[in-house]
Design a protein around this ligand. Structure first.
Ligand code: KG4
Ligand code: ZN
Length: 350
């Protein structure tokens, strides 16, 4: 089965083809037009998707060495995301499926991130044997969920304010770094000392070990943002410039330690021996390293996506559509799925 995936929920225009469970192409174009604004400008994002969607989808099909007529199913992100941006990919995908007379599968972007560690598993072993705890960390979302093998999941923790990616991007902006600042902070931190300054770790339980953690699994990063701002205001520009790697590493350390502590605690609380990380922030080298160390210490298996599947991509959209079909979901021949902007709570099934 050949599945075309399309992703346009934020600032990446992406098309990918999954051939019998294997990624045959994954074309991603990251929009550069937002850099000078310090964040994604929704209207510009929609226009860029509109400009690129035809050539990206064309490239994805060509790279997969097939023609459009060889496609069996088309899948696209239906939400959550910037509504105008989602609409471009969703309308294009449904129009294309209609024109080709093949089924269309709507995909939830966050659910696609959750299952991204299992991309390229060849379809034979697409998810862990048992339940796992997923830390999904992107520019717009920060969630801890318990995922079961039937693709059901329950969100047990989420951010009360900013997402982890936003914490990277906004504190990076304060340091004069370009958008998205997450990867820049990651790189700068390689030469920095995370103990240089201790920024706050909100909603953590310092007196508890992760084994008898009495806190909840929610996050808050707005206090960190304020703390970085007020601390920077007390420093001279020369001091900041001289210590940029140390400051970056200290900010990164504060974000990463909270993410690791809560995820491990969540796994213990549910007696689950497998953890995964996903979403743009899961590309962070310090998070990957700290989570691996914590999991090894606790006898927990860690699932991590290939770095190219951490940030937004259409391979994860096509993969989740494939998983859903392989688990018995019938791809509908209906082409009027509406886009949505936000992510609902409660127990859900992908
Ligand atoms: O999943 P994603 O590509 O898009 C959304 O769905 O939001 O995530 C983008 C976020 C941005 O905030 C970006 O700064 C962050 O992921 N990010 C990183 C790294 N690479 C991307 N944050 C920290 N370290 C990285 N290496
Ligand atoms: Zn994303």
């Amino acid at each position: 089965m050949n599945i075309l995936g399309i992703e346009t929920s934020c600032d990446e225009t992406s098309g990918a083809v999954l051939c019998s469970g294997r990624v045959c192409s994954n074309v991603v174009s990251s929009q550069r037009c937002h850099a000078s604004f310090g964040g994604v400008v929704p209207e510009l994002a929609s226009r860029e998707h509109e400009r690129l969607i035809v050539s990206i989808v064309d490239a994805a099909v060509t790279e997969a060495n097939i023609t459009k007529n060889d496609l069996d199913v088309i899948a696209a992100t239906a939400g959550p995301g910037l509504i105008g941006a989602v609409m471009v990919g969703l309308c294009f995908a449904q129009g294309m499926a209609y024109a080709l007379g093949i089924p269309f599968v709507p995909v939830n972007h966050i659910e696609a991130h959750i299952f991204s560690p299992f991309i390229d598993a060849g379809g034979s072993h697409p998810s862990p044997d048992g339940a796992f705890v997923s830390l999904t960390v992107s520019g717009g979302h920060t969630l801890i969920s318990v995922v079961t093998t039937d693709l059901s999941y329950t969100v047990i923790g989420r951010t009360l304010d900013d997402a982890a990616g936003e914490a990277f991007d906004k504190t990076g902006k304060m340091l004069g770094l370009p958008y998205p600042a997450g990867p820049v902070i990651d790189k700068l931190s390689e030469k920095g000392d995370p103990a240089f300054h201790r920024f706050p770790r909100a909603l953590t339980s310092h007196s508890q070990t992760s084994r008898n953690y009495h806190g909840n699994f929610d996050f808050s990063f707005s206090g960190l943002k304020t703390s970085v701002l007020t601390w920077l205001q007390k420093q001279t520009p020369a001091f900041i410039e001289n210590h940029l790697p140390d400051i970056a590493a200290s900010i990164q350390g504060a974000i990463v330690s909270v993410l690791v502590e809560k995820t491990i605690a969540a796994a213990h609380s549910r007696n689950i021996k497998a953890v995964s990380i996903a979403g743009g922030v899961s590309a962070n080298s310090a998070l990957r390293k700290a989570m691996k160390t914590a999991c090894d210490n606790e006898g927990i298996t860690l699932y991590v996506p290939n770095a190219i599947y951490s940030t937004d991509n259409a391979a994860m959209i096509a993969t989740l559509a494939g998983l859903k079909i392989s688990r018995g979901m019938r791809a509908e021949q209906s082409y009027n799925v509406a886009p949505y902007a936000s992510f609902p709570t409660g127990r859900r099934k992908a």
